[in-house]
Design a protein around this ligand. Structure first.
Ligand code: HMG
Length: 309
């Protein structure tokens, strides 16, 4: 087992992406600050997606202006196209930029067209332009969505995903995320995909718990050598297209539950469990409903000992 992993907290972006009600900027800012307090070193804060298409992030610049910045905590923003990177650059020049940008591709043509309104070839051209525009001023995180299967086309060739990961690495990405966008991965398919990867670029496992397999998949990724995970407090979140096209609510793997498991396994997440529990309660209060964390109800898993292995 590895000694340590890094968990990127995605509540404020992937988590809130399909919330029907706009979450007030002040609430987002307070929650993002509480995530940094709990010890997250990577936090996905917002998205520069077209504000008319994803209105929940129309306050992207304001959120980035208002959150407390602290050394060692990287704040990430999602960028679907070059216009998004231009907005990120404007914020950086104004003194409140993101540290990391996610650059998106999808492993299937149909998902690319529905999510990004272009072809795969067109989106790769955009990604090349985005990398040029970013000009080395941000850490870049490539994202391959529907990496384990597509809601429109079904199976996705792991060889193609491995090529996408390599292409991001060639473009200079610092990390590449494998997105199980609608929660179809299983531990065998996770092992199979990790076995196909050919580059040394660090990979981020981004699972959705649509079918209850998220935690099992995260453990499979851990055992396959993955050291970076995306999760969302309360297991909220998902991709709007997944709902629109019938895949239902596709919440991210729940942060609290995965952290609790890693803690019990002796894998260090660097997080303060007490402050994490406080942030978890604040997320439920912010959304006004109980969320999907099991440990928020049951308490964090006790560390195993000799008598109770
Ligand atoms: C796909 C696009 C970018 C194309 O957007 P579009 O409307 O097709 O853009 P366009 O290029 O035709 O431009 C139309 C107008 O919109 C403006 N525009 C264009 N882009 C932007 C922008 N970024 N910000 C602000 N304004 C923008 C642009 O400047 C132009 O304005 P005009 O010149 O006519 O005045 C847009 O429809 C969009 O942002 N859609 C939402 C994409 C999105 O956020 N999807 C969800 C991402 S989550 C995901 O992919 C999965 C992930 C990452 O979570 C991992 C996983 O779970 O597996």
């Amino acid at each position: 087992m590895p000694d340590a992993v890094t968990i990127c907290e995605c509540f404020a972006r992937d988590g809130l992406q399909h919330e029907p009600e706009f979450v007030p900027t002040a609430t987002k800012v307070a929650l993002l600050d509480s995530f940094a307090d709990a010890g997250f070193r990577r936090i996905e804060a917002t998205s520069y997606s077209h504000p008319e298409r994803v209105p929940g992030f129309s306050d992207a610049s304001e959120v980035l202006t208002k959150i407390r910045r602290r050394p060692g905590v990287a704040v990430k923003a999602t960028c679907p196209n070059p216009r998004a990177v231009r907005r990120a650059l404007a914020d950086l020049d104004a003194g409140h930029g993101a540290d990391e940008l996610s650059l998106l591709v999808s492993a299937s043509e149909s998902h690319t067209e529905r999510n990004l309104r272009t072809s795969r070839a067109g989106q790769w051209e955009r990604v090349e332009e985005m990398v040029r525009l970013a000009g080395g001023r941000f850490k870049l995180v490539g994202v391959v969505s529907v990496a384990f299967g597509c809601p429109f086309e079904g199976a996705v060739d792991p060889g193609r995903v491995a090529e996408d990961v390599a292409r991001f690495a060639d473009l200079g990405a610092d990390l590449v995320t494998l997105g199980d966008t609608t929660g179809v991965a299983t531990p065998p398919s996770v092992r199979a995909l990790f076995a196909r990867l050919t580059t040394a670029v660090p990979v981020v496992a981004h699972f959705h718990n649509t079918r209850g397999t998220g935690i099992a998949n995260a453990v499979a990724a851990l055992e396959a050598g993955c050291r970076n995970f995306d999760t969302a407090m309360g297991g909220v979140g998902g991709h709007p297209s997944a709902i629109r096209y019938g895949a239902g609510l596709t919440g991210n793997v729940c942060t609290e539950d995965l952290v609790s498991l890693f803690d019990a396994m002796g894998v260090d997440t660097g997080l303060d469990l007490g402050l994490l529990a406080k942030a978890s309660a604040a997320c439920e209060e912010a959304l006004g409903r109980p969320l999907h964390s099991m440990v928020a109800r049951a308490g964090f898993t006790p560390t195993p000992n000799q008598e109770n292995p």
